[in-house]
Design a binder for this molecule. Sequence first.
Ligand code: ZN
Length: 474
Amino acid sequence: MTYTLRSALIPVEDGYATVDVQIEGDRIAAIGAGLPTVGTAIDAENKLLLPGFVNGHAHSVQFWQRGLIPQLPLELWLADVMDTSPTALEQTYLGALGTAIGTLLSGGTCVMDHLYVIAGHEVESVAAAARAYKEIGIRAFIAPLIQDMPFVAGYPEGLKTLPHQPYQQSTADILALMETIVTELHEPEAGIQIAVGPTGFHRCTDALFEGCRDLSDRHNLCRHIHLLETRSQKMLAQERYGGSAVKHLQEIGFLDHRTSLAHSIWLDDADIAILAETKSTVVHNALSNLRLGSGIAPVLKYLAAGVNVAFGCDGAASNDGQDLLEAIKIGSLLHNVTDPDYKHWITPRKAVEMAAIGGFTGVNLADQVGSLTVGKQADLVLYDLKNLSLLPRTDPIKLLVLGRPNAAVDSVWVRGKRVIADGTIQTVEVDRFSQTVFNYSKGYSKPQYKTIHQVEAHYRRVMGLTECGDSVVD
Ligand SMILES: [Zn+2]
């Protein structure tokens, strides 16, 4: 399809300009004033045009756990996430749809889904998510979340102290499954890419990281992991490596320009230098970090050191939504309290750049998409500046980032295809989707508190938390 967007407002160096934009096929064909209309004319007057953002870290299946798990630190919260994770492939499919809907309606055109797969149905799980993403038309990276160490390995002294079985699959079997998933489902030309996604050093052996590294090299796949999300993980790195997990990941060759690292909170200056040197990307999930009490990522230090930083929502079990604009707002404002020098603070324009080109840098696509540049792929979002939440007309990007935009996305193109028009998703019937989710979730889900009870006392002891009587309360 061909489109001409008439009189769109775009950011330029010294303010804003009104331009026409032609989209031909999957590309931005021209940007300028007074262009002839080709194809379908789109009235973009009083609308702000920005490149699509990347939701740089999500776990789509957690769509089903919105509002479910109490506020707990990651190590206890995760125990209940695992106990309550859906086990039907249909829910994997619907969770991916729900994640895509939230992302698209908040300015995202791409998602990095660190996907929970159903044991014994790993390939089908990835296929279900890929089907959802293709149907709705979002660009997606699917990194099946893998590990080859037992759950208790994620706790300081966990393997030594807590009862456990060996992990249910061998490293070789997991890597063989990944190879199958890549062979069957990696389709860059269809906007669906498989990435390697070992969950993090806390539950993965070097052999798994090295196997993923080699797979990534062979197929040019992105690499995506959790990194040093909590103080507990920092303690674990000391226990396991006698020092820095970042240095260890560098030594085994896992960090490069295709590597994105969710959270990255508990890093020191030497670690930050390694991220800059290896051109790794940090994905900042501030809302999730607040909900789980994980800490504040040193994002201003990352930016000062030249480390690329993108934004993510994280899974909905630690976000309870999937609103990228909210993640960007909190993820930029949060740092004002970490540095009294206001000249270092993240401006709304900088935040928008981090979300767009920063996000696409993190998935190794910055040369093809992520900015309003002729020749790049058309991942574009039009925001309605007559929407009440973006009024009065002051500075549109400031209000978009600092305000509370509500249904302000008018149109979205992904790879040149129009996915949203007049605020409505064109590819999927959202009302029907809502009804399906409602039907599925009529029985109110509850936290399980099973695994938590097996690990809570240990967690409190290793973290130096004093005894306080009863266990987890809702
Ligand atoms: Zn995560």
